[in-house]
Design a protein around this ligand. Structure first.
Ligand SMILES: [Fe+2]
Length: 307
């Protein structure tokens, strides 16, 4: 396939152990806006610079982690075509009715060989709290908390990563922007993009299927990374690592945990990717610098703690 009709990561549905503490985290600390609470218990949120109705869905459950991640595609014709192509590839594709999430059209769901479920959809209502379009000010309402601009990407752990990566590339038209090896010569970093971003989704091999490493929110700049770090100290949000910088993507970053143990990231910067950009590669002897450019070494928690 040349090019893609996938626009971007549109939403992620996360499991949390306790809804109220999760809301304090995502709404008051990360700075998302609560859009709605539905009768099935799910809560819908969005970041201030997103046009679409919601991007984060929280569901109370006995174990944390990711239910599924949704990618928005360009239109309903493309959605149907992806359904045909995924089935042709041998994957089971389930149709989710419009309205299963409020304001959202029909979705096509498939489970990748890594065990993660991905949903594709073309239609979602625009938010009344989205960015202004007439004489647009920089924001409609003052950003709060960490001032998350938008939901940006997920990093997922699982097995059969090569087969999963091939589906994203061959069927959905994603491109491989950057890879990295560990000192044993195993490829452990796979960054895939459907846009001009350095990555829209990333996969790391892991013995278990369907594990969630983190979801990331974009913030404006290095100064806002510092502001986020201040808030993490002020409110005792558990930090994994940072503020620091990635070698891969070049993004500035902090990793932290929500009250259920799901890892979050706020990041800023990163290079612009074009479809003719050559693949960037990190060799195993530079693994530390690849992941944490300043520290040049990994912490064990970052490698092993997943939900
Ligand atoms: Fe990330």
């Amino acid at each position: 396939m040349i090019g893609t009709n996938v626009l971007r990561p549109g939403f992620v549905q996360l499991r949390v152990l306790e809804l109220e503490s999760a809301l304090t985290h995502y709404r008051d600390r990360v700075g998302l806006t609560e859009v709605s609470r539905e009768t099935d218990g799910r809560v819908y949120l969005k970041a201030y610079d997103e046009f679409d109705r919601h991007s984060i869905v929280l569901r109370e459950a006995d174990a944390p982690g990711m239910d599924f991640m949704g990618f928005k595609v360009i239109n309903d014709v493309a959605l149907s075509e992806y359904g045909v192509a995924l089935r042709k590839r041998g994957l089971e594709v389930t149709e989710i009715d419009a309205g299963e999430q409020p304001g959202m059209g029909r979705r096509l769901a498939f489970v990748a060989p890594s065990g993660h479920r991905f949903d594709l959809y073309a239609d979602i209502e625009l938010s009344e709290y989205g960015p202004m379009v007439n004489n647009p000010d920089v924001w409609r309402e003052d950003p709060r908390g960490m001032r998350a601009i938008r939901f940006d990407h997920c990093l997922l752990y699982g097995d059969e990563i090569d087969a999963t990566k091939e589906i994203f590339m061959d069927v959905l038209g994603f491109r491989l922007s950057e890879i990295g090896y560990d000192p044993d010569g195993q490829k452990i970093i796979n960054f895939l993009t459907c846009s001009n971003k350095a990555h829209d989704i990333a996969f790391v091999p892991y013995p278990e299927k369907n594990k969630f490493h983190h979801c990331a929110f974009l913030v404006e700049d290095w100064k806002d990374i510092g502001h986020a770090a201040d808030l993490m100290s002020r409110y005792d949000v558990p930090v994994d690592i940072g503020p620091t910088r990635h070698g891969a993507t070049r993004g500035y970053t902090i990793y932290f945990f929500d009250p259920s143990g799901n890892r979050n990231e706020v990041f800023a910067g990163g290079y612009t990717y074009y479809s003719d950009s050559p693949l960037r590669t990190w060799t195993g002897d530079e693994l530390g610098k690849n992941i944490f450019y300043y520290e040049k070494e990994l912490n064990e928690r970052f490698l092993t703690v997943v939900t």
